[in-house]
Design a protein. Structure first.
Length: 260
């Protein structure tokens, strides 16, 4: 049986690959637990690469939990516990003690977009895309995106991306600063490897100190945002909007929210 994630560590370069391609690498409890366990092994890592197997980087958070909650099959407390685990994973990646690179060669959506934003660099292929369509499921923003996204694109653009849920193509994402590099798909692996080698061969102790300087000032903002996001999601859990969003997701149709 395939493990939810694959962890390799060679010559200082660690790679965390989500291997749940059948579920589009969503952050299920099994994936989150396995990823957290893998990231505990930071000793000797000079560069961490995060990627997804198959055609998707990561299509979102705990979609099974969202659907189960809407059906009344998962309690509010159980759902919130799952969200806390996802937030802890995002925070762990954000504060990882070595430079991190998200290799986005497919869609990164919702919490999958947060996974990419939590990395220091986001390198994409022409097949990469990113979006934050939390509202499609009838729930507020989560996974720390309310803090991570404005830092990258500014308050106004972040608001637009969250309210519209637009899935950005690689050119648009690059223009907004969400993708550090976009490479032609046939060249992606070679160009990615060149960046990894450059980052990994740098002075690891100095890179660690630089990483701390980049993240320490903003980490309290991320933690505060996650607490507020979870509170908002608790308030909206099980509402008609949540049920409609989850039902539309199951039926593969556009949600029809009744705004009063």
């Amino acid at each position: 049986m395939r493990k939810p994630v694959e962890w390799t560590h060679t010559d200082g370069v660690a790679t965390l690959t989500i291997t749940a391609a059948d579920s589009r690498n969503t952050l299920s409890p099994d994936v989150v637990t396995a990823a957290q366990d893998a990231l505990e092994d930071a000793s000797g890592v000079t560069c961490l690469v995060v990627r997804g197997s198959g055609e998707t980087f990561c299509a979102g958070g705990d979609l099974e939990g969202v659907v189960a909650g809407a059906r009344g099959e998962l309690s509010k407390d159980a759902f919130m516990a799952r969200l806390r685990r996802i937030d802890a994973l995002i925070e762990r990646l954000y504060e990882f003690p070595a430079p991190t690179i998200a290799a986005v060669d497919g869609p990164a959506f919702g919490a999958g977009g947060a996974l990419a934003l939590a990395c220091d660099l986001t390198v994409a292929s022409e097949d990469g895309s990113i979006g934050f369509g939390f509202h499609r499921l009838g729930l507020p923003v989560g996974a720390g995106v309310s803090a991570l996204l404005p830092h990258n694109v500014g308050e106004s653009t972040a608001a637009e991306l969250l309210y519209t849920g637009e899935l950005l193509d690689p050119e648009r994402a690059s223009d907004l600063g969400l993708f550090s590099h976009v490479f032609p798909t046939p060249e992606f692996e070679a160009r990615l490897e060149a960046i990894i080698e450059t980052v990994a061969s740098g002075p690891s102790a100095a890179a660690h100190e630089t990483g701390k300087l980049l993240t320490e000032r903003r980490s309290p903002d991320l933690q505060t945002a996650m607490v507020a996001e979870r509170a908002a999601r608790r308030r909206r859990f099980g509402t008609s909007e949540h049920v409609e969003g989850a039902t539309a997701f199951i039926d593969q149709r556009e949600p029809a929210f009744e705004n009063r």
